[in-house]
Design a protein around this ligand. Sequence first.
Ligand SMILES: [Fe+2]
Ligand SMILES: [Fe+2]
Length: 163
Amino acid sequence: MPHSQKRLKMEPAIDAIQLLQQQHREVEEIFAELESTSALNLEKRQDLVRQLVIALEAHTWIEEKILYPAGLEVDPVLTRAAVEEHSLIQHMLHKIVETEADDAAFLPRVKVLKEIVAHHVAEEEAEYFVELQNKLNRRRLADIGIEIHDEFASRTKRLRVVV
Ligand SMILES: [Fe+2]
Ligand SMILES: [Fe+2]
């Protein structure tokens, strides 16, 4: 049996795309919870903003570091558009972090970020991820899956200390 086949059998397979989609669902849950909070519960809002920062920073970082370089070979136009959307997401995220949780602008800003993220996620899931799944070979996707899994865990751990 070739060595690579042996490795595949021994390691649990990690589906990169499934993992990223799971992270999208987690971000959507944080948005839903955040939108249901009241300005009277500042602590809850601050905690959810912190969760959102960690989830979005870690997710966009691993996509840009691990998935998008492969995506650049497959579809440079969509990949560059995705990077631009990430920078828009970062910008809006920082704006929310700077907004007091009881400010009247807080929820409207959360709503704007939620819409930008929803647009980006819909495009990734309906178009970009499908294209990568079809055009990248299985071994490469499996390697990306393992790397995404490990990097997301260590990035999240580091962010929890500093955010
Ligand atoms: Fe993305
Ligand atoms: Fe994503």
